[in-house]
Design a protein around this ligand. Structure first.
Ligand SMILES: Cc1ncc(COP(=O)(O)O)c(C=O)c1O
Length: 359
C-alpha cells in the first residue's frame, strides 16, 4: 500500500531526495564518512553549504543585497530574533490572521513596543482594508500562510514600512517577489527539509542594529559575518535542504511547483465544496494551497474518519488541537496522486457513512 503523509510538519520530503540521502548516508561522495560527520569548515562541507545557498537564491530570485542565513531555533526562534535585531526603540505592527501570527506578536511584545491588528472577520475572510498607514512603524510583520487555520493571504500587503513575513509553511510553494520584503523567514520542516534548520533572508542594510542584549546566536549580523557558521550549523539539515533545492530545480522550479500546488489544492477544495458531508469554512480568496482544513458535518465521525484513513495509508489528517477537524497538508513533496487517493477515500467514507454524517 502506498502511504501518503499529510502531516503539517515535520512533513513528507520528496522520495527521490530521501533515496539519494540514503545512498550516500554512510559514504558521502567517496570520502568514507557521512556528510554529518564532516567538519562544517571543511572544503567538502563548504561546497555543500554554498551550493545550497546558490540554488535557493536561484529558485527564489533573491537579490545580492540580501543575506541568506541558515540558522537553528525554528521559526519561533525568529519570533524573538526579529524584534531583537530590528526593533530598537521603534514600534512594530503585527498583522494577525491566525494562530501563528498571533504567537509571533505575543513573543515580540516581550522586546518592545508592538501594535497588533486583527485582520480576521466573520465568515473566515481577511479584511486588508483595515491596514492603516504604516509609515511610522519600524517594521510590519505578517504570516502569508497560517498553517493551523488553513488561511492564506496571497496579496502582499501594501505598507510603507519594512515588511517581514513568516514563510514557514509556504516558502517555495509559489513565486514571491523577494525585493518587496525586508526580511523573510521559515522553519525548514514543511517545504524545505528536516526540522532543525531555519532560513532567514534579510536585506543587508537592516543588519548591524541588534539590541546589545541579543544573544549572539540570534544576532543576524554575526550570522551573516560568519556565513551562518558563527556556531556549528545544523549541517545534515542544511545538506538535505540543498538536496531538496536540487530536486526543485529538476522539477522546473517554483513556477512549476506553484502550478502543481494550485491544481492539487483546487482538486481538494472542489471536492469538499461539492460534498454535503464535508465543509471548509475559509473564504475562497483566502484558502491555503498548502494546508487544506476541513470538517465533517458530523464531528462524531471524526475518530472513525481518522482511523479508516490511517488504515488506508493516509496519515496525519487530524486538524491542529486548537481548531479541531481535519487538515491535509499538501506541500511541494506531496504528489497529485496523494490528493487523488485522499479524495477517493473521502468520497468512499462519505458514501459509507452518509446517513449519519449528512448535513
Ligand atoms: C507559520 C508558522 N510559523 C511558525 C511556526 C513555528 O515553527 P517552529 O516549530 O519551527 O518554531 C510554524 C510551525 O508549524 C508555522 O507553521
Amino acid at each position: 500500500m502506498t502511504i501518503y503523509n499529510f502531516c503539517a510538519g515535520p512533513a513528507m520530503l520528496p522520495t527521490a531526495v530521501m533515496r539519494k540521502a540514503q545512498q550516500e548516508f554512510c559514504d558521502y561522495q567517496g570520502l568514507g564518512v557521512s556528510v554529518m560527520e564532516l567538519s562544517h569548515r571543511s572544503s567538502d562541507y563548504m561546497a555543500v553549504a554554498e551550493r545550497a545557498e546558490q540554488d535557493l537564491r536561484e529558485l527564489m530570485g533573491i537579490p545580492d543585497n540580501y543575506a541568506v542565513l541558515f540558522l537553528h531555533g525554528g521559526a519561533r526562534g525568529q519570533f524573538s530574533a526579529i524584534p531583537m535585531n530590528l526593533l530598537g526603540q521603534g514600534k512594530a505592527l503585527y498583522l494577525e490572521t491566525g494562530q501563528w501570527s498571533v504567537a509571533a506578536a505575543e513573543e515580540a511584545e516581550k522586546y518592545g513596543e508592538i501594535d497588533r491588528l486583527d485582520l480576521r472577520c466573520e465568515s473566515q475572510t481577511l479584511d486588508l482594508s483595515r491596514i492603516p498607514d504604516t509609515a511610522g512603524y519600524t517594521y510590519v510583520h505578517y504570516c502569508p500562510n497560517e498553517t493551523v487555520d488553513g488561511v492564506a493571504m496571497f496579496e502582499i500587503p501594501e505598507v510603507q514600512a519594512p515588511l517581514v513575513a513568516d514563510l514557514s509553511s509556504c516558502i517555495l510553494g509559489r513565486e514571491l517577489d523577494v525585493s518587496r520584503f525586508a526580511l523573510l523567514y521559515a522553519g525548514a520542516q514543511k517545504n524545505i527539509g528536516p526540522a532543525g534548520l531555519t532560513l532567514v533572508i534579510v536585506r543587508r542594510d537592516l543588519l548591524g542594529h541588534a539590541d546589545p542584549k541579543c544573544p549572539a546566536i540570534l544576532d543576524y549580523t554575526l550570522a551573516a559575518q560568519h556565513d551562518s557558521m558563527y556556531n556549528t550549523p545544523p549541517t545534515f539539515a542544511w545538506y538535505l535542504a540543498g538536496e531538496v533545492f536540487q530536486w526543485l530545480k529538476q522539477q522546473g522550479g517554483v513556477a512549476e511547483m506553484a502550478a502543481r500546488n494550485r491544481a492539487k489544492a483546487n482538486k481538494l477544495y472542489d471536492f469538499i465544496d461539492g460534498s454535503d458531508f464535508y465543509q471548509n469554512r475559509v473564504a475562497p480568496g483566502h484558502r491555503s494551497e498548502m494546508n487544506v482544513t476541513f470538517q465533517l458535518h458530523d464531528a462524531q465521525l471524526d475518530q472513525r474518519f481518522l482511523a479508516e484513513a490511517e488504515a488506508s495509508g493516509l496519515k496525519a489528517l487530524k486538524g491542529h488541537r486548537m481548531v479541531g477537524g481535519m487538515r491535509a497538508s499538501i506541500y511541494n513533496a506531496m504528489p497529485e496522486a496523494g490528493v487523488d487517493a485522499l479524495v477517493r477515500f473521502m468520497d468512499e467514507f462519505a458514501r459509507t457513512h452518509a446517513e449519519a454524517g449528512r448535513a
